[in-house]
Design a protein. Sequence first.
Length: 113
Amino acid sequence: QVRLVESGGGLVHPGGSLRLSCVVSGVNVSYTTMAWHRQAPGKQQREWVASILNYGGTMYAATVKGRFTISRDNDKNTINLQMDSLKPEDTAVYYCVTNRNDWGQGTQVTVSS
């Protein structure tokens, strides 16, 4: 059974940083393409944020490229998202997702002064 548990969200001022983590069980992140998605308040659709491919390559949405960094810790079977230079429009619930469309429960990120 696949389980994903996100953590690290919170309230931060514009320009600040947060680091999200996703502890994964049931899937080996070393061999699996993983992604972060987010859903902003009042929006029905979730937005893809970043992916780390099975061979280690990374991809980013244009809205976060240069500010966010996705990584994985194979020993801890964890996916991370380092978020720098945060903007109010980054406010959302952030989800960790496998390439088989398994989703975590999400972690809230709020960027506000």
